[in-house]
Design a protein around this ligand. Structure first.
Ligand code: NDP
Length: 407
């Protein structure tokens, strides 16, 4: 295999981890370029990467909303593939740029229009034919959730079940940063996600709930009992199509009471709105203004202690018998910071982004078209991911306690 040149777009918390990991994977990536709107952020990350790996990466300024400029950067950096860890708003312009420049595409979050808090895969799935015809690949959702949890589903389907009936994705960040209110990934995207209505899949269709209306306690490995809330998350859309015959799929995430209280106040005073308002003669979007005053998630690395614990709980049939199965990863915020200068949420997203790109670059996963990550063979990912920092553990359960949670 010839080594490949990779372009990473987005120098936030996740971009920092991807840059470190691509530099570490120098047997696959001969050259790394990191580009973002603000070049100084790329330079700071490049200096850290050099210090910890000895590898020099290039940096560039780019506005990825500009597809032509992005294609020009792909060409001038001679990149073979692009890892998009900017914001979901840039997905389509970066996919256009990849088609224009003739390179493969990897991301971690699906497209969302700026003026409508509505994430769906339909916009990116509409590129299937274009990528197929060009002989290029777009790999969607190569983060943790979506990402590693989708691979857990593919692994469960391949190795543990003849039929999966229910899936509960359980996501706990038990980290603490000592700040009164901070989100652990981009605040704008995070708040758009948690203030939206909840939704779950059951019997062939999605059912809607009020935001945060359904909750239950769950005993997370490595962390203990936490209250988690039912949210809609983008992977439910692709997984409900890619796990044949699945009857129910839900996504749960933990939030502290402190986080929820702050969020409620911000919502009550209108600060989470995405409708533009006129402030002193100028149009501003309240949520974007709020993002500007909240802590930068990329700067929380040194402040965050504790663990993340994220996994999938399955019920289904194997050899005619009912089976319950749990697979998960536990990740320590301080260890992530020590290695990459980022907290665990950026780390758990950035490591699968690099590994997805690596498996595409090496040809293992490479196939033309637009693919959600669970459509690829889980085995090479499951074999390698531990070595890159996110080892998985699993157990067959005697019962699925979440099966009893009714709503
Ligand atoms: P940050 O806000 O920390 O970083 C985003 C970066 O994108 C910023 O550095 C910003 O640039 C850059 N950016 C924004 N707009 C543009 C643009 N037009 N052109 C070029 N660069 C741009 O976010 P995170 O690092 O926390 O998250 C990155 C992505 O990862 C998001 O899409 C998020 O949804 C996704 N994610 C996925 C998860 C998963 O498990 N699948 C979990 C967590 C996050 P600058 O600062 O230079 O202005």
């Amino acid at each position: 295999m010839s080594k490949k040149r990779v372009l990473i777009i987005g120098a936030g918390g996740v971009g920092r981890v991807v840059a470190h990991k691509c530099a570490q994977a120098h047997e696959t990536f001969s050259h790394v370029t990191l580009a973002s709107r603000t070049k100084s952020k790329c330079d700071a990350i490049a200096a850290d990467v050099k210090k910890s790996t000895g590898i020099q990466i290039d940096t560039a300024a780019i506005d990825a909303d500009d597809s032509k400029a992005t294609a020009a950067l792909i060409r001038s950096s001679k990149s073979d593939l692009v890892i998009n860890v900017a914001l979901p708003y840039q997905d389509l312009t970066i996919m256009d740029a990849c088609l224009d420049a003739g390179v493969n595409y990897i991301d971690t979050a699906n497209y969302e229009p700026l003026d409508d808090a509505k994430f769906e895969y339909k916009w990116q799935w509409a590129y299937r034919e274009k990528f197929e015809k060009a002989g290029l690949m777009a790999l969607l959702g190569s983060g943790f959730d979506p990402g590693q949890t989708n691979i857990y589903c593919a692994h469960a389907l391949k190795h543990h079940f003849d039929q999966i009936d229910t899936v509960d994705i359980v996501d706990c960040n038990a980290g603490s940063n000592g700040l009164p209110f901070a989100t652990n990934f981009n605040p704008e995207i995070n708040i758009r996600e948690v203030t939206a209505n909840g939704r779950f899949f059951r019997d062939g269709q999605f059912h809607e709930t009020k935001p945060m209306a359904i909750s239950t306690d769950y005993d997370f490995p490595g962390v203990g009992v936490k209250k988690m809330f039912l949210l809609y998350h983008e992977e439910l859309e692709s997984l409900s199509q890619n796990i044949p015959g699945v009857k129910q799929m839900r996504f749960w995430m933990t939030f502290s009471q402190n986080y929820l209280t702050h969020l409620e106040v911000l919502q009550n005073v209108g600060m989470t709105s995405i409708k533009p308002i006129i402030y002193e003669g100028r149009e501003i979007v309240p949520l974007q203004f709020l993002k500007a005053v909240l802590p930068d998630p990329g700067a929380l690395g040194a402040k965050t202690v504790g663990k993340t614990s994220i996994g999938c709980v399955f019920t289904g049939k194997k050899d005619g018998k009912t089976k319950h199965y749990f697979i998960y990863n536990i990740c320590d915020h301080e260890e992530c910071n020590e290695e990459t200068g980022a907290q665990g949420v950026s780390y758990t997203t950035g490591v699968p982004a690099m590994l997805g790109a690596k498996l595409v670059a090496e040809g293992t996963w490479l196939k033309p078209g637009v693919w959600n990550i669970e459509q690829l063979d889980p085995d090479p990912f499951m074999k390698e991911i531990g070595k890159w920092g996110l080892p998985w553990e699993d157990k067959v359960l005697t019962e699925n306690v979440l099966a009893a949670v009714e709503h």
